[in-house]
Ligand binder design. Structure first.
Ligand code: SF4
Length: 374
């Protein structure tokens, strides 16, 4: 794809402000039928302007190679040197210096996860009570509604908490320190349930980093064999595509027509690394390019690549449609990346430490009160 520079045209008239020559409100303007641009017919006619243009030897022959520029960007960000290089060591090093994580770890050892969850729930409920926000059940009743069980269409499996990252906002506190993973026996039972549930149209696999559970590929392969029409979703953190042993993961996902929903909380390096850890951004961008190379995010391939935005702090996400436009523009312009849709969500950190949790809960309770009241 070539785009010819119009700057040559403007420069020929000794004036570098294009608006002097491109003002459709001015009288005497006409439209050049050959290229669709409007030129002001001030002292010269448009044909004489074109004659002057021709006096410049490179006029019309100095192309901007959009495809070349895009390719250069892609080559820069597609970090093949990171293939097979684990992020786990960096994540563990960061966790050693993370006071909040260390505090949570001590809490977990002292109280156990169950007790922490109970405390967390109490804290949140108290904050909502203090603001007069009713329980969900009371709210629905108050509005004259009813909670009715509908047909189950989505089977979501959390197949483990082990992850190569340890994000600050992770609502299941995943990290390389977590060892809980779904066993092959439980995975087999889940597949049996799927087999007996024709009304289920989506199998949504999450974690942790679900791909790092050794049963992930078994689940995907058998589910695909069983149900060719099933929407199989892999909730992917992107950096996992660079982990050792995952070199063929993109091909596997493609072969099994897995729908990839990937986390990318921002298109800026600083914000992503702040929330998800050092080095995550460059790995994520490189992984998105790997997926694009395989046809993910490209119209007509049927390989769906969606991204997920979640706020970097205790605030609600911006409007999804507008943010999607901004994401598409920035990711395409800066890195040459394509994707299908963007989802915005509010990922609430839980079990992060009671103190931080109280602050976040109070803030979110205010937001809830605002929406409830309006
Ligand atoms: S990548 Fe996902 S699962 Fe892993 S720590 Fe981050 S939010 Fe949690």
């Amino acid at each position: 794809m070539k785009l010819h520079l119009m700057t040559t045209l403007f420069a020929t008239h000794g004036n570098h402000n294009p608006h002097n020559y491109y003002d459709t409100n001015r009288p005497g303007n006409d439209r050049n039928p050959s290229n669709g641009y409007s030129y002001a017919s001030t002292s010269s006619s448009s044909s004489s302007l074109r004659d002057t243009d021709k006096a410049f030897s490179d006029y019309g022959s100095t192309p901007v190679e959009i495809d070349q520029i895009k390719l250069a960007k892609k080559n820069k960000w597609r970090r093949k040197d990171l293939d097979g290089q684990t992020l786990v060591d960096d994540t563990l090093k960061e966790l050693e210096g993370d006071d909040v994580f260390q505090e949570t770890l001590k809490d977990m050892e002292r109280k156990g996860l169950k007790q922490m969850s109970l405390e967390e729930r109490k804290v949140r409920r108290r904050a909502l009570d203090a603001l007069g926000v009713p329980s969900f059940g009371d709210f629905v009743k108050d509005k004259g509604g009813d909670v009715v069980r509908k047909t189950t269409e989505v089977l979501q499996l959390n197949i483990g908490l082990y992850c190569n990252q340890a994000c600050g906002h992770c609502h299941v506190e995943s990290s390389p320190k977590r060892t809980e993973v779904m066993s092959v026996e439980v995975a087999t039972k889940c597949l049996e349930i799927l087999k007996q549930s024709p009304e289920v149209t989506t199998l949504d696999i999450t974690g942790g980093a679900p791909e790092l559970n050794e049963n992930f590929r078994l689940i995907v392969r058998l589910a695909r064999e069983m149900r060719p029409d099933l929407d199989i979703i892999d909730r992917c953190n992107l950096t996992v595509l660079h982990e050792p042993g995952q070199e063929d993961l993109v091909q596997f996902l493609k072969d099994n027509r897995v729908h990839v929903i990937a986390s990318l909380p921002c298109y800026s390096e600083e914000n992503v690394n702040q929330q998800r850890g050092g080095g995550v951004f460059e790995r994520s961008i490189s992984a998105l390019l790997m997926l694009n190379e395989a046809g993910y995010g490209e119209d007509g391939t049927g390989l769906q690549l969606d991204l997920v935005y979640n706020p970097l702090g205790a605030f609600l996400p911006p409007e999804q449609g507008k943010l999607e436009v901004a994401y598409k523009e920035r990711l395409d312009e800066d890195f040459g990346i394509d994707f299908n849709s963007l989802y915005t969500m509010t990922n609430m950190p839980v079990k992060v430490s009671i103190l931080r949790s109280i602050l976040i809960n109070i803030h979110l309770a205010y937001l809830c009160a605002f929406y409830y009241g309006s």
